[in-house]
Design a protein around this ligand. Structure first.
Ligand code: PNS
Length: 169
């Protein structure tokens, strides 16, 4: 049996909660593909290349994890990777409805892959990328919420916005 898993998501940007899930998956599977969606339902703040770079720079210690991106149906990508599992992180009960729907839809489309939910560490159970973006945009400190490279990128984006605003652009 192959022990390959796909961990899909928007990762806009990656947070310490995501990293926690990746680390847990990397222990359970021989190979993990972190798959950045190219056409997210919601419009993204960072490009796919930027999001992928931020993930790569945050997990140099995980040798069996590869970062890729995918277009279209997740189950097609999972099939192409010969993966037996789709990893999703669960934070709170509020995640459940959406995740339940997605897991059953993916199973209908590709029954050979099981969706496996991993609980994030309680320290990150409130965390999501949208909150991180909002805090960073308003000048708050996100260093405890995201890996160092991501915090730097968010700060650079904020400074760029401030400069543009000053120029009246
Ligand atoms: O991090 P997110 O935004 O919760 O991730 C959602 C994602 C990317 C896993 C989901 O939107 C997805 O799988 N998109 C690809 C399109 C697809 O296959 N849709 C049907 C899934 S039920």
């Amino acid at each position: 049996m192959n022990r390959i898993a796909v961990y899909p998501g928007s990762f806009d940007p990656i947070t310490k909660g995501h990293i926690d899930v990746i680390e847990r998956a990397a222990v359970l599977f021989e190979r993990v593909y972190v798959a950045v969606v190219r056409n997210p339902a919601k419009s993204a703040a960072f490009t796919v290349a930027e999001r992928s770079e931020m993930i790569r720079r945050s997990i140099p210690h995980l040798k069996n994890v590869k970062v890729e991106s995918f277009d279209g149906l997740l189950t097609n990508y999972v099939k192409k990777k010969r993966s037996c599992a789709i990893i999703r992180g669960l934070r709170a009960v509020s995640d459940f409805d959406y995740e339940f729907q997605m897991a059953l839809t993916n199973r209908k489309m590709y029954p050979k892959a099981e969706t496996i939910f991993l609980m994030t560490d309680a320290r990150y159970s409130y965390l999501n990328s949208g909150l991180v973006r909002q805090i960073a945009k308003l000048g708050g400190d996100v260093r405890e919420l995201v890996p160092p490279y991501v915090a730097k990128r968010l700060e650079n984006s904020r400074q760029r916005r401030v400069r543009l605003r000053r120029k009246g652009l």
